[in-house]
Design a binder for this molecule. Structure first.
Ligand code: UD1
Ligand code: UDP
Length: 378
Protein backbone atom coordinates (compact mmCIF):
# COMPACT_ATOMS: atom_id res chain seq x y z
CA UNK A 1 0.00 0.00 0.00
CA UNK A 2 1.30 3.46 -0.88
CA UNK A 3 0.00 6.75 0.43
CA UNK A 4 -0.26 9.82 -1.77
CA UNK A 5 -1.21 13.35 -0.85
CA UNK A 6 -3.08 15.02 -3.73
CA UNK A 7 -2.98 18.81 -3.75
CA UNK A 8 -5.83 20.75 -5.32
CA UNK A 9 -6.65 24.45 -5.19
CA UNK A 10 -7.86 26.04 -8.41
CA UNK A 11 -10.94 24.98 -10.40
CA UNK A 12 -9.14 23.01 -13.14
CA UNK A 13 -7.15 21.05 -10.56
CA UNK A 14 -10.26 20.01 -8.73
CA UNK A 15 -11.71 18.77 -12.02
CA UNK A 16 -8.48 16.95 -12.98
CA UNK A 17 -8.34 15.28 -9.56
CA UNK A 18 -11.65 13.55 -10.30
CA UNK A 19 -9.98 11.26 -12.84
CA UNK A 20 -7.37 9.95 -10.43
CA UNK A 21 -9.67 9.68 -7.40
CA UNK A 22 -12.18 7.73 -9.48
CA UNK A 23 -9.48 5.39 -10.80
CA UNK A 24 -8.07 4.80 -7.32
CA UNK A 25 -11.55 4.00 -6.02
CA UNK A 26 -12.41 1.68 -8.91
CA UNK A 27 -9.12 -0.13 -9.49
CA UNK A 28 -6.49 0.61 -6.84
CA UNK A 29 -8.35 0.91 -3.52
CA UNK A 30 -6.34 -1.90 -1.93
CA UNK A 31 -3.01 -0.49 -3.09
CA UNK A 32 -3.24 3.32 -2.99
CA UNK A 33 -4.51 5.54 -0.16
CA UNK A 34 -5.24 9.10 -1.18
CA UNK A 35 -5.27 12.08 1.19
CA UNK A 36 -6.71 15.20 -0.45
CA UNK A 37 -5.49 18.67 0.50
CA UNK A 38 -7.32 21.75 -0.81
CA UNK A 39 -5.28 24.93 -0.59
CA UNK A 40 -8.40 27.09 -0.81
CA UNK A 41 -6.98 29.08 -3.74
CA UNK A 42 -10.48 28.92 -5.25
CA UNK A 43 -13.21 29.05 -2.64
CA UNK A 44 -16.53 30.29 -4.10
CA UNK A 45 -18.99 27.40 -4.15
CA UNK A 46 -19.25 27.61 -7.95
CA UNK A 47 -15.44 27.49 -8.31
CA UNK A 48 -14.82 24.61 -5.90
CA UNK A 49 -17.58 22.77 -3.99
CA UNK A 50 -19.74 22.22 -7.06
CA UNK A 51 -16.98 20.12 -8.65
CA UNK A 52 -16.18 18.12 -5.52
CA UNK A 53 -19.86 17.24 -5.16
CA UNK A 54 -20.77 16.73 -8.81
CA UNK A 55 -17.67 14.78 -9.83
CA UNK A 56 -17.78 12.57 -6.72
CA UNK A 57 -14.34 13.61 -5.48
CA UNK A 58 -13.81 12.60 -1.84
CA UNK A 59 -14.20 15.56 0.53
CA UNK A 60 -10.75 17.07 1.13
CA UNK A 61 -9.09 15.82 4.31
CA UNK A 62 -7.56 19.27 4.82
CA UNK A 63 -8.44 22.76 3.62
CA UNK A 64 -5.81 25.46 4.09
CA UNK A 65 -8.32 28.21 3.26
CA UNK A 66 -5.58 30.49 1.89
CA UNK A 67 -7.97 32.50 -0.28
CA UNK A 68 -6.87 35.22 -2.69
CA UNK A 69 -3.83 37.48 -2.47
CA UNK A 70 -0.67 38.56 -4.24
CA UNK A 71 1.44 35.77 -5.71
CA UNK A 72 3.98 35.93 -2.91
CA UNK A 73 1.52 36.04 -0.03
CA UNK A 74 -0.75 33.37 -1.45
CA UNK A 75 2.14 31.01 -2.26
CA UNK A 76 3.78 31.58 1.13
CA UNK A 77 0.60 30.73 3.02
CA UNK A 78 0.26 27.54 1.01
CA UNK A 79 3.92 26.55 1.50
CA UNK A 80 3.61 26.77 5.25
CA UNK A 81 0.37 24.82 5.36
CA UNK A 82 1.41 22.07 2.95
CA UNK A 83 4.71 21.51 4.78
CA UNK A 84 2.91 20.90 8.08
CA UNK A 85 0.55 18.41 6.46
CA UNK A 86 3.34 16.51 4.71
CA UNK A 87 5.33 16.26 7.95
CA UNK A 88 2.23 14.91 9.64
CA UNK A 89 1.05 12.52 6.90
CA UNK A 90 4.48 11.26 5.74
CA UNK A 91 3.20 10.22 2.30
CA UNK A 92 5.12 8.30 -0.36
CA UNK A 93 4.32 11.04 -2.90
CA UNK A 94 2.85 14.51 -3.20
CA UNK A 95 0.84 14.72 -6.41
CA UNK A 96 0.26 18.12 -8.01
CA UNK A 97 -1.56 19.19 -11.18
CA UNK A 98 -0.80 21.80 -13.77
CA UNK A 99 0.73 25.19 -13.18
CA UNK A 100 -1.02 27.27 -10.55
CA UNK A 101 0.38 28.83 -7.40
CA UNK A 102 -0.96 25.77 -5.55
CA UNK A 103 1.19 23.56 -7.81
CA UNK A 104 4.33 25.57 -7.12
CA UNK A 105 3.80 25.78 -3.36
CA UNK A 106 3.14 22.06 -3.09
CA UNK A 107 6.19 21.09 -5.13
CA UNK A 108 8.52 23.38 -3.18
CA UNK A 109 7.21 22.31 0.21
CA UNK A 110 7.58 18.64 -0.66
CA UNK A 111 10.98 18.57 -2.33
CA UNK A 112 12.64 20.44 0.55
CA UNK A 113 11.55 17.78 3.02
CA UNK A 114 12.30 14.93 0.59
CA UNK A 115 8.76 13.93 -0.26
CA UNK A 116 8.87 12.86 -3.94
CA UNK A 117 6.78 15.11 -6.18
CA UNK A 118 4.54 13.70 -8.90
CA UNK A 119 3.69 16.32 -11.53
CA UNK A 120 0.68 15.59 -13.68
CA UNK A 121 0.54 17.79 -16.80
CA UNK A 122 4.32 18.17 -16.90
CA UNK A 123 6.38 19.61 -19.74
CA UNK A 124 3.94 22.19 -21.08
CA UNK A 125 5.55 25.47 -22.05
CA UNK A 126 4.30 28.78 -23.43
CA UNK A 127 7.88 30.15 -23.65
CA UNK A 128 6.54 33.32 -22.06
CA UNK A 129 7.85 33.89 -18.55
CA UNK A 130 5.64 36.91 -18.02
CA UNK A 131 2.90 34.34 -17.36
CA UNK A 132 2.93 33.29 -13.69
CA UNK A 133 1.97 29.78 -14.82
CA UNK A 134 5.16 29.41 -16.90
CA UNK A 135 7.31 30.02 -13.81
CA UNK A 136 5.19 27.62 -11.76
CA UNK A 137 5.41 24.78 -14.25
CA UNK A 138 9.13 25.11 -14.96
CA UNK A 139 9.97 25.20 -11.25
CA UNK A 140 7.67 22.28 -10.51
CA UNK A 141 9.03 20.10 -13.33
CA UNK A 142 12.60 20.63 -12.19
CA UNK A 143 12.00 19.41 -8.62
CA UNK A 144 9.72 16.49 -9.52
CA UNK A 145 10.52 12.79 -9.25
CA UNK A 146 7.78 11.53 -11.59
CA UNK A 147 6.67 13.71 -14.51
CA UNK A 148 3.64 12.82 -16.61
CA UNK A 149 3.24 14.66 -19.88
CA UNK A 150 -0.19 14.83 -21.51
CA UNK A 151 1.16 15.41 -25.03
CA UNK A 152 4.24 14.63 -27.09
CA UNK A 153 5.02 18.35 -27.21
CA UNK A 154 5.34 18.21 -23.42
CA UNK A 155 7.76 15.29 -23.66
CA UNK A 156 9.88 17.09 -26.25
CA UNK A 157 10.02 20.27 -24.16
CA UNK A 158 11.44 18.27 -21.26
CA UNK A 159 14.02 16.63 -23.54
CA UNK A 160 15.11 20.10 -24.67
CA UNK A 161 15.53 21.12 -21.03
CA UNK A 162 17.90 18.21 -20.45
CA UNK A 163 15.58 15.59 -18.94
CA UNK A 164 16.56 12.02 -19.81
CA UNK A 165 13.14 10.79 -20.84
CA UNK A 166 14.42 7.25 -21.44
CA UNK A 167 15.75 6.73 -17.92
CA UNK A 168 14.10 3.83 -16.10
CA UNK A 169 15.36 2.85 -12.65
CA UNK A 170 15.22 4.23 -9.12
CA UNK A 171 13.63 7.61 -9.60
CA UNK A 172 14.70 10.62 -7.54
CA UNK A 173 14.41 14.36 -8.05
CA UNK A 174 17.93 14.23 -9.52
CA UNK A 175 17.12 11.31 -11.81
CA UNK A 176 13.40 11.65 -12.42
CA UNK A 177 11.11 9.41 -14.41
CA UNK A 178 9.42 11.09 -17.36
CA UNK A 179 6.37 9.46 -18.94
CA UNK A 180 4.07 10.46 -21.76
CA UNK A 181 0.68 9.15 -20.70
CA UNK A 182 -2.10 11.28 -22.21
CA UNK A 183 -4.32 13.78 -20.50
CA UNK A 184 -6.42 13.17 -17.39
CA UNK A 185 -8.81 15.84 -18.69
CA UNK A 186 -9.50 13.63 -21.68
CA UNK A 187 -10.21 10.74 -19.29
CA UNK A 188 -12.72 13.01 -17.56
CA UNK A 189 -14.42 14.34 -20.66
CA UNK A 190 -14.93 10.83 -22.00
CA UNK A 191 -16.30 9.64 -18.67
CA UNK A 192 -18.52 12.55 -17.66
CA UNK A 193 -19.94 13.26 -21.11
CA UNK A 194 -21.90 10.01 -20.70
CA UNK A 195 -23.88 11.65 -17.87
CA UNK A 196 -23.78 15.39 -18.50
CA UNK A 197 -26.93 15.66 -20.61
CA UNK A 198 -29.01 14.11 -17.83
CA UNK A 199 -27.59 16.47 -15.22
CA UNK A 200 -27.63 19.78 -17.06
CA UNK A 201 -30.39 22.10 -18.19
CA UNK A 202 -28.10 24.95 -19.15
CA UNK A 203 -28.88 24.97 -22.88
CA UNK A 204 -32.59 24.75 -22.20
CA UNK A 205 -32.45 27.43 -19.49
CA UNK A 206 -30.73 29.91 -21.79
CA UNK A 207 -32.68 28.90 -24.92
CA UNK A 208 -29.60 27.71 -26.76
CA UNK A 209 -30.05 25.18 -29.55
CA UNK A 210 -27.26 22.97 -30.94
CA UNK A 211 -24.86 24.96 -33.15
CA UNK A 212 -26.81 28.11 -32.34
CA UNK A 213 -24.25 29.85 -30.11
CA UNK A 214 -20.57 30.48 -29.53
CA UNK A 215 -18.98 29.59 -26.20
CA UNK A 216 -16.39 31.92 -24.71
CA UNK A 217 -14.31 32.05 -21.53
CA UNK A 218 -11.83 34.77 -20.51
CA UNK A 219 -9.78 34.79 -17.32
CA UNK A 220 -6.04 35.28 -18.03
CA UNK A 221 -4.69 38.19 -16.02
CA UNK A 222 -3.06 39.79 -19.06
CA UNK A 223 -6.48 39.89 -20.77
CA UNK A 224 -8.61 40.90 -17.80
CA UNK A 225 -6.30 43.39 -16.12
CA UNK A 226 -5.36 45.44 -19.18
CA UNK A 227 -8.35 47.66 -20.00
CA UNK A 228 -7.31 48.05 -23.66
CA UNK A 229 -7.22 44.30 -24.19
CA UNK A 230 -10.47 43.64 -22.36
CA UNK A 231 -12.20 46.37 -24.37
CA UNK A 232 -10.79 44.91 -27.62
CA UNK A 233 -11.97 41.41 -26.69
CA UNK A 234 -15.50 42.36 -25.68
CA UNK A 235 -16.03 44.67 -28.64
CA UNK A 236 -14.91 41.82 -30.89
CA UNK A 237 -17.37 39.47 -29.19
CA UNK A 238 -20.18 41.93 -29.97
CA UNK A 239 -18.98 41.99 -33.60
CA UNK A 240 -18.90 38.18 -33.68
CA UNK A 241 -22.59 38.19 -32.77
CA UNK A 242 -23.37 40.81 -35.43
CA UNK A 243 -21.61 38.76 -38.13
CA UNK A 244 -22.88 35.29 -37.20
CA UNK A 245 -26.22 36.07 -35.58
CA UNK A 246 -25.12 33.64 -32.87
CA UNK A 247 -25.05 34.76 -29.27
CA UNK A 248 -21.82 34.48 -27.35
CA UNK A 249 -22.37 32.54 -24.11
CA UNK A 250 -19.75 33.52 -21.55
CA UNK A 251 -19.56 31.95 -18.06
CA UNK A 252 -17.63 34.61 -16.18
CA UNK A 253 -14.61 33.72 -14.05
CA UNK A 254 -14.67 35.79 -10.83
CA UNK A 255 -11.41 37.52 -11.82
CA UNK A 256 -13.14 38.81 -14.97
CA UNK A 257 -16.42 39.58 -13.23
CA UNK A 258 -14.56 41.71 -10.70
CA UNK A 259 -12.98 44.01 -13.30
CA UNK A 260 -15.59 44.12 -16.05
CA UNK A 261 -17.24 47.39 -15.08
CA UNK A 262 -13.94 49.09 -14.21
CA UNK A 263 -12.00 48.01 -17.31
CA UNK A 264 -14.64 48.39 -20.05
CA UNK A 265 -15.78 51.75 -21.39
CA UNK A 266 -19.20 52.58 -19.99
CA UNK A 267 -20.88 52.31 -23.42
CA UNK A 268 -19.49 48.82 -24.03
CA UNK A 269 -20.18 47.72 -20.48
CA UNK A 270 -23.85 48.74 -20.85
CA UNK A 271 -24.09 46.88 -24.17
CA UNK A 272 -22.54 43.75 -22.70
CA UNK A 273 -24.78 43.79 -19.63
CA UNK A 274 -27.88 44.47 -21.71
CA UNK A 275 -27.34 40.99 -23.15
CA UNK A 276 -28.43 41.11 -26.78
CA UNK A 277 -25.04 39.92 -28.10
CA UNK A 278 -23.46 38.24 -25.09
CA UNK A 279 -25.08 36.09 -22.44
CA UNK A 280 -23.05 36.43 -19.25
CA UNK A 281 -23.40 33.54 -16.83
CA UNK A 282 -21.88 32.91 -13.42
CA UNK A 283 -19.25 30.13 -13.45
CA UNK A 284 -21.10 26.95 -14.43
CA UNK A 285 -20.77 23.36 -13.23
CA UNK A 286 -18.68 20.84 -15.15
CA UNK A 287 -21.75 19.08 -16.54
CA UNK A 288 -23.10 22.43 -17.76
CA UNK A 289 -19.73 23.22 -19.28
CA UNK A 290 -19.61 19.92 -21.15
CA UNK A 291 -23.10 20.56 -22.50
CA UNK A 292 -22.14 24.06 -23.61
CA UNK A 293 -19.00 22.71 -25.29
CA UNK A 294 -20.91 19.92 -26.96
CA UNK A 295 -23.67 22.14 -28.31
CA UNK A 296 -21.84 25.30 -29.35
CA UNK A 297 -20.64 25.89 -32.89
CA UNK A 298 -17.25 27.31 -31.93
CA UNK A 299 -15.19 28.08 -28.82
CA UNK A 300 -13.26 31.27 -28.07
CA UNK A 301 -11.08 31.07 -24.98
CA UNK A 302 -7.89 31.94 -23.16
CA UNK A 303 -8.28 28.91 -20.88
CA UNK A 304 -5.95 25.95 -21.19
CA UNK A 305 -8.55 23.37 -20.23
CA UNK A 306 -11.31 24.80 -22.39
CA UNK A 307 -9.02 24.75 -25.47
CA UNK A 308 -8.57 21.03 -24.98
CA UNK A 309 -12.22 20.30 -24.27
CA UNK A 310 -13.17 22.14 -27.47
CA UNK A 311 -10.92 19.66 -29.26
CA UNK A 312 -12.34 16.64 -27.36
CA UNK A 313 -15.82 17.68 -28.53
CA UNK A 314 -14.58 18.40 -32.05
CA UNK A 315 -15.17 22.15 -32.03
CA UNK A 316 -12.88 24.74 -33.60
CA UNK A 317 -11.22 27.00 -31.05
CA UNK A 318 -10.06 30.60 -31.35
CA UNK A 319 -7.30 31.02 -28.77
CA UNK A 320 -7.43 34.45 -27.14
CA UNK A 321 -3.74 34.43 -26.26
CA UNK A 322 -0.51 35.10 -28.10
CA UNK A 323 0.74 31.55 -27.67
CA UNK A 324 -0.49 28.18 -26.55
CA UNK A 325 1.00 25.22 -24.72
CA UNK A 326 -1.38 22.95 -26.66
CA UNK A 327 0.41 23.34 -29.97
CA UNK A 328 -0.94 20.09 -31.41
CA UNK A 329 -4.44 21.61 -31.53
CA UNK A 330 -3.14 24.37 -33.80
CA UNK A 331 -1.06 21.92 -35.85
CA UNK A 332 -4.17 19.79 -36.40
CA UNK A 333 -5.92 22.85 -37.86
CA UNK A 334 -8.57 22.87 -35.12
CA UNK A 335 -7.32 25.97 -33.31
CA UNK A 336 -5.84 29.33 -34.14
CA UNK A 337 -3.82 31.64 -31.89
CA UNK A 338 -5.29 35.14 -32.24
CA UNK A 339 -4.50 37.05 -29.05
CA UNK A 340 -6.87 39.99 -28.68
CA UNK A 341 -6.45 41.15 -32.29
CA UNK A 342 -9.83 42.00 -33.83
CA UNK A 343 -8.79 41.21 -37.44
CA UNK A 344 -7.16 37.88 -36.53
CA UNK A 345 -10.18 36.75 -34.51
CA UNK A 346 -12.62 37.65 -37.29
CA UNK A 347 -10.40 36.00 -39.93
CA UNK A 348 -10.27 32.79 -37.88
CA UNK A 349 -14.04 32.96 -37.41
CA UNK A 350 -14.52 33.22 -41.17
CA UNK A 351 -12.17 30.32 -41.88
CA UNK A 352 -13.75 28.05 -39.28
CA UNK A 353 -17.27 28.96 -40.45
CA UNK A 354 -16.52 28.30 -44.12
CA UNK A 355 -14.28 25.26 -43.62
CA UNK A 356 -14.83 23.70 -40.21
CA UNK A 357 -12.04 21.35 -39.10
CA UNK A 358 -12.91 17.71 -39.66
CA UNK A 359 -9.76 15.92 -38.49
CA UNK A 360 -9.23 15.56 -34.75
CA UNK A 361 -6.37 13.07 -34.38
CA UNK A 362 -5.92 11.38 -30.98
CA UNK A 363 -3.29 13.63 -29.44
CA UNK A 364 -4.44 13.39 -25.82
CA UNK A 365 -4.06 9.67 -25.21
CA UNK A 366 -6.58 6.88 -24.86
CA UNK A 367 -8.67 8.04 -21.90
CA UNK A 368 -6.63 5.93 -19.45
CA UNK A 369 -4.01 8.42 -18.30
CA UNK A 370 -5.05 8.14 -14.64
CA UNK A 371 -4.66 4.35 -14.69
CA UNK A 372 -1.16 4.71 -16.16
CA UNK A 373 -0.22 7.24 -13.47
CA UNK A 374 -1.45 4.93 -10.68
CA UNK A 375 0.45 1.94 -12.06
CA UNK A 376 3.62 3.97 -12.45
CA UNK A 377 3.43 5.35 -8.91
CA UNK A 378 3.04 1.82 -7.59
C1 UD1 B 1 -5.69 30.73 -11.28
C2 UD1 B 1 -4.37 30.24 -11.84
C3 UD1 B 1 -4.50 30.05 -13.35
C4 UD1 B 1 -5.67 29.17 -13.71
C5 UD1 B 1 -6.93 29.69 -13.04
C6 UD1 B 1 -8.04 28.70 -13.25
C7 UD1 B 1 -2.35 31.04 -10.70
C8 UD1 B 1 -1.22 32.00 -10.74
N1 UD1 B 1 -3.31 31.22 -11.61
O1 UD1 B 1 -5.94 32.00 -11.85
O2 UD1 B 1 -3.31 29.44 -13.83
O3 UD1 B 1 -5.82 29.17 -15.09
O4 UD1 B 1 -6.71 29.83 -11.63
O5 UD1 B 1 -9.29 29.24 -13.04
O6 UD1 B 1 -2.36 30.17 -9.86
N2 UD1 B 1 -11.65 34.86 -6.98
C9 UD1 B 1 -12.89 34.84 -6.40
N3 UD1 B 1 -13.37 33.64 -5.95
C10 UD1 B 1 -12.67 32.48 -6.03
C11 UD1 B 1 -11.39 32.52 -6.61
C12 UD1 B 1 -10.90 33.72 -7.09
O7 UD1 B 1 -13.56 35.86 -6.30
O8 UD1 B 1 -13.17 31.43 -5.61
C13 UD1 B 1 -11.15 36.16 -7.51
C14 UD1 B 1 -10.32 36.94 -6.51
O9 UD1 B 1 -10.60 38.29 -6.68
C15 UD1 B 1 -8.89 36.66 -6.93
C16 UD1 B 1 -9.03 36.49 -8.43
O10 UD1 B 1 -10.30 35.88 -8.63
O11 UD1 B 1 -8.00 37.67 -6.57
C17 UD1 B 1 -7.95 35.64 -9.07
O12 UD1 B 1 -7.87 34.37 -8.42
P1 UD1 B 1 -6.48 33.56 -8.40
O13 UD1 B 1 -6.69 32.21 -7.85
O14 UD1 B 1 -5.42 34.38 -7.78
O15 UD1 B 1 -6.08 33.48 -9.92
P2 UD1 B 1 -6.94 33.01 -11.16
O16 UD1 B 1 -7.06 34.14 -12.10
O17 UD1 B 1 -8.17 32.35 -10.69
N1 UDP C 1 -15.08 25.16 -16.37
C1 UDP C 1 -16.28 24.92 -15.71
N2 UDP C 1 -17.15 25.98 -15.58
C2 UDP C 1 -16.89 27.21 -16.08
C3 UDP C 1 -15.67 27.42 -16.76
C4 UDP C 1 -14.77 26.37 -16.88
O1 UDP C 1 -16.55 23.81 -15.28
O2 UDP C 1 -17.72 28.12 -15.91
C5 UDP C 1 -14.12 24.04 -16.49
C6 UDP C 1 -13.74 23.69 -17.90
O3 UDP C 1 -14.69 22.80 -18.46
C7 UDP C 1 -12.36 23.06 -17.71
C8 UDP C 1 -11.80 23.85 -16.55
O4 UDP C 1 -12.91 24.44 -15.88
O5 UDP C 1 -12.49 21.71 -17.32
C9 UDP C 1 -10.87 24.91 -17.02
O6 UDP C 1 -10.56 25.76 -15.98
P1 UDP C 1 -10.09 27.27 -16.18
O7 UDP C 1 -10.50 27.75 -17.51
O8 UDP C 1 -10.55 28.01 -14.98
O9 UDP C 1 -8.50 27.15 -16.03
P2 UDP C 1 -7.31 26.73 -17.00
O10 UDP C 1 -7.64 25.44 -17.64
O11 UDP C 1 -7.10 27.84 -17.97
O12 UDP C 1 -6.14 26.66 -16.07
Amino acid sequence: MIKIVTLIGARPQIIKAAALSRTIKQQFSTRITEVIVHTGQHYDANMSKVFIDQLAIPQPDYNLNVGSGSHGKQTARMLEGVEDILLNEKPDYLLVYGDTNSTLAGALAAVKIHVPVVHVEAGLRSFNKSMPEEINRIACDHVSTLLFTPTLAGLKNLQHEGFNTDFRGNYTSDKPGVFHCGDVMYDNSLYFSKFSANHSTVCHDYHRVPDGFILCTIHRDNNTDEPGKLEALFSTLVRVFEITGKKVVLPLHPRTANVLERNLSSALYRKVRQGSAITLLPPVSFFDMIELERNCSLVMTDSGGVQKEAYFFRKPVIILRNETEWVEIVEAGAGRVCGTRHEDILAALETFTQTPPVEFPDIFGDGKAAEFICNTML
